[in-house]
Design a protein around this ligand. Structure first.
Ligand code: T4K
Length: 388
């Protein structure tokens, strides 16, 4: 691998890139390829491709068992799972969410005529700040969606206390948090329900996919109806619904990846530590560390770049891209500065100072089961870029 010792070694200055092929944030982890292809063959032979097929049912059973919840309702993706959970819980009016999240959290509300009200985050954790949440409650508020950003649990107890005090529904967008814990208990057990994403780019993927997990029998039953147009048996629609079904092939990918998940986490953790060691001591750069007492898939390698330290975040991203390291600035610029929210709520940012500050600082690095040591070239690049 090339060493970056001076500005002339940088690809933005004309040198050859450090990597011949692009290294993505979000390259899928794929478990036992042969086992997956065998399972696909069986699905094709069985000619049961979707609609609560046997692989989906087994997948749901395994996820529920793993997370210690009564129900897993598998869906075609995390966004539809959020929409269905929001509707099944009867949310309406305004719902409080962070702006520092993937746009799907806000869109899942807006899509159903509900106003997402953006509350600020704790800059140390990137998760909702309960004090800010309290500030955004109005008579129209019907619920709160906490997001476990980067797989780190949102302040579950504080948010539940606020929800109880004000008679609000609380659910969690756990899209990043498969395999994480809160106070030693698996994410998936908190609030009225939790919503998982199994998108290709997640630590654990089913290609496309998602699920709502809950201990509430009635809620689970409603969501099972809603994901299949409201059908109860043949010719009998008893509920409003949509098409949120997970297909058999996606569930098969999930089964294989579930078997390989602990290996992925172990590799992620090693990769995370290697990044941390390499980046430690670079002035103006802080890598987000996760609480060692809690589990986290360590899928996201996130740094914050202090703009007052002589670093320029966007120049770093441009330099990394030139090296074929396709770092990202998730979730820049924040939901409230994306459409339609930017035009609808032009002053929302006044209450979102921490979200703004984090959005200007974050860089997310590639991390998956194929990547070993990007820490060294990245730390060299940061040092060279910063030197006068
Ligand atoms: N809530 C939160 C907090 C979320 O983060 C998400 C999704 C959701 C809800 C909604 O869940 P889903 O409906 O997606 O299940 C990605 C993902 O599309 C999205 O799932 C994810 N969060 C978000 C954080 O990131 P993009 O636009 O960066 O993804 P994409 O498809 O451009 O992929 C990123 C990179 O990964 C590509 O440049 C190349 C690489 N890649 C991607 C795919 C799909 C591959 O190498 N192979 C692949 O198959 O949004």
């Amino acid at each position: 691998m090339k060493r970056i010792r001076s500005a002339s070694d940088l690809a933005i200055n004309g040198a050859a890139p450090a990597f011949a092929e692009p290294l993505h944030v979000g390259r899928p982890n794929i478990g036992d390829r042969d086992a997956f292809l065998r399972a696909v063959g069986e699905i094709v032979d069985r000619r049961w491709l979707t609609n609560n097929g046997p692989v989906v049912q087994e997948f749901e059973r395994r996820i529920a068992e793993r997370l210690g919840v009564r129900h897993c309702v598998a869906m075609c993706n995390g966004t539809i799972a959020l929409e269905i959970a929001i509707r099944a819980l009867g949310l309406h009016g305004e719902v409080i969410v962070p702006s520092w999240t993937f746009i799907a959290t806000a869109h899942a509300l807006w899509w159903q005529g509900i106003t997402p009200v953006f509350a600020d985050i704790d800059p140390a954790t990137h998760n909702l700040d309960p004090v800010a949440v309290r500030r955004m409650i109005t008579p129209r508020t019907s619920g709160i969606i906490g997001v476990h950003v980067w797989g780190r649990a949102a302040p579950v107890d504080e948010l539940q206390a606020i929800a109880d005090e004000h008679g609000l529904k609380l659910l969690f967008d756990a899209a990043h948090a498969f395999g994480s814990t809160y106070h030693g208990q698996s994410i998936g057990r908190f609030g009225a329900c939790e919503v998982l994403s199994f998108h290709a780019t997640k630590a654990f993927n089913t290609m496309e996919g998602g699920a709502v997990v809950t201990n509430d029998d009635e809620l689970a039953e409603a969501m099972r109806l809603m994901r299949n147009f409201g059908f109860k048996g043949y010719d009998n629609v008893i509920h409003p619904g949509t098409n949120g079904k997970m297909i058999e092939v996606c569930a098969a990918m999930g089964m294989v990846n579930l078997d390989g998940f602990e290996d992925v986490v172990a590799k992620n953790r090693a990769c995370h530590e290697a990044y941390g060691d390499a980046l430690d001591g670079i002035p103006g750069v802080r890598m987000l560390r996760f609480d060692p007492a809690e589990r986290n898939s360590c899928h996201y390698v996130v740094i914050e770049v202090d703009p007052d330290s002589g670093h320029d975040r966007d120049r770093i991203i441009a330099a990394l891209h030139a090296e074929n390291i396709l770092a990202r600035k998730y979730f820049w610029p924040g939901c409230h500065r994306m459409q339609p929210y930017r035009e609808l709520f032009p002053h929302a940012g006044l209450m979102l100072m921490n979200s703004h500050s984090v959005a200007e600082r974050v860089v997310v690095f590639p991390n998956n089961d194929e990547i070993h040591d990007l820490g060294a070239p990245i730390s060299d690049l940061l040092r060279v870029l910063r030197s006068p």
